[in-house]
Design a protein around this ligand. Structure first.
Ligand code: NI
Length: 471
């Protein structure tokens, strides 16, 4: 079954720091009187985790995250096109940086000193593994952290040790590691180790013999313990297919295949240079009831629209906002509380726009690029701020006056005056407007118009520029 050999991490250069840290362990640990070197069994072999001397990955490059102010120095591996892997590597470095500023086992927090370095654990055509080592804190207070990152390029996902070992064999591996841990007097907290094994992400790799290696960083275990690795012989039948691929990538590395090219952007659903486009727009929502009903109408008619929303409403109805985007409509910024922007100072205008922008982003993940000033009231000051904040100003060429007439008949008649390139103004807060929309859409289509969002109508719009339509 699972046999276990224990290995002891004592990398030259780190060893001195690690041992000093053990001596300086807090009183809570039961075994702080003897340095680790004296308690370590003499038969402990050297480091068994195999790392690659050479990495042959064409797309591999490193990024350096240096910061003299906080004494951070990180060299991180990145592979072009493998964003999930790259993000995870950066997240681990960020975590080490956070550790440097957090509390340090009840000690006074060390002055931030972070050093992150990496080695490759394995490289196959569709799998790659890295070991990231971080040294956090100065001198005797330093802790050694280790994390491994395995990425399955075929499944496009990160792997933990549990992905490599078949389910029924996992419990045996955990119990064997814990048994050994309990014999290890410098490793105080076996329950913490159990948690890491069961639900966390211990270091995982393979030895030169091909046995699975699990490891705990000093930062993950008890005070005074040093980075410890355990080598577990797992028979072939107990490794998963991806586990076998990881082992193969360690023992017989091959270049990782370049990431597949991202899919080409979807062709625009309409070309307003060829088609006679018209944009219908709805202001002042989203509102309870009317906006949702309007979205049903638009979905049924398969008609896109643009919603210039108020920040107050966006904050109140984030789900309706999310549906607007999910249904393929555009969202524009209509200020936070509908003031006449020309009567505000620059700071207040900026606040009106940015607060709304944040509410829209929070609800939808989308950053709006079109602004409709309330009442269409704008001046040079508003234009300049729109430009600075990245907004094209979108006014209108047809006002249905739905807010005044509340008459579906009049709304339809006004909309029917649209020409190619018109932007039609309506409000999704009035029930009569929603009642009119099916006939508005039918009328416009009957005249040969294609309904589009304002950004589709305008094509490449410029921040700070004003648009009333495209004629
Ligand atoms: Ni308005």
């Amino acid at each position: 079954m699972v046999s276990l050999r224990r290995s002891w991490f004592a990398t030259i250069g780190l060893a001195a720091l690690v041992l000093t840290a053990c001596v300086a362990g807090p009183a809570g640990a039961t075994h702080t009187t003897a340095p680790a070197a004296e308690t370590a069994p003499p038969e402990r072999p050297g480091v068994e985790l195999r790392t690659l001397d050479r990495v042959d990955i064409p797309e591999l490059h490193t990024v350096t995250d240096g910061d003299n102010g906080s004494l951070v120095y990180a060299v991180l591996p990145q592979i072009s096109g493998y964003d999930i892997l790259n993000d995870q590597v950066k997240a681990i470095a960020a975590e080490a940086r956070e550790r440097s500023t957090g509390t340090h086992r009840g000690h006074r927090p060390p002055r931030g000193l972070v050093n992150v370095s990496w080695q490759a654990l394995g490289s196959g055509e569709d799998i790659v593994g890295f070991l990231l080592s971080s040294l956090v804190g100065p001198g005797a207070g330093a802790t050694v952290g280790e994390r491994s990152v395995w990425y399955d390029a075929k499944a496009e996902r990160l792997l933990t040790w549990r992905d490599l070992v078949a389910g029924p064999a996992q419990d045996g591996v955990i119990e064997d590691v814990l048994t050994e841990l309990r014999r290890d007097v410098v490793f105080a907290d076996t329950e913490r180790a159990r948690t890491i094994l069961q639900s966390g992400d211990p270091v995982v790799g393979f030895s030169a013999r091909g046995d699975l290696v699990l490891g705990f960083g000093e930062d993950e275990t008890a005070a005074g313990s040093a980075t410890t690795r355990f080598e577990v012989a797992v028979p072939d039948g107990e490794l998963t297919p991806v586990g076998l691929r990881a082992r193969q990538a360690t023992l017989a590395p091959r270049p990782l295949a370049p990431a597949p090219a991202p899919p080409p952007p979807e062709p625009p659903r309409v070309d307003c240079r060829k088609d006679a486009c018209v944009a219908i727009t709805f202001d002042d929502g989203p509102a309870a009831g009317t906006t949702s009903r309007l979205l049903d109408v638009l979905a049924h008619a398969k008609a896109p629209a643009t919603f210039f929303v108020l920040g107050t409403q966006a904050q109140a109805y984030p789900r309706v906002l999310a549906r607007i985007v999910a249904d393929g409509h555009e969202i524009g910024n209509h200020s936070w509380s509908h003031p006449d922007l020309t009567r505000l100072d620059a700071r207040a205008i900026r606040k009106q726009i940015l607060r709304t922008e944040r509410a829209i982003e929070k609800a939808t993940g989308v950053t709006p690029t079109v602004l409709r000033p309330p009442y269409g009231a704008r001046d040079k000051k508003v234009d300049a701020l729109a430009r600075t904040l990245g907004y094209a100003e979108v006014l209108w060429s047809i006002d249905t006056r739905d807010w005044a007439n509340h008459s579906p008949k009049k709304i339809v008649a006004a909309a029917a005056k649209a020409r190619r390139g018109s932007i039609i103004l309506m409000h999704d807060i009035h029930p009569e407007t929603v009642d009119a929309v099916p006939r508005v859409i039918a009328k416009l289509r009957k005249k040969g118009f294609t309904l589009v969002t304002v950004s589709e109508l305008l094509g490449a719009s410029k921040p700070g520029k004003r648009y009333y339509g495209t004629y």
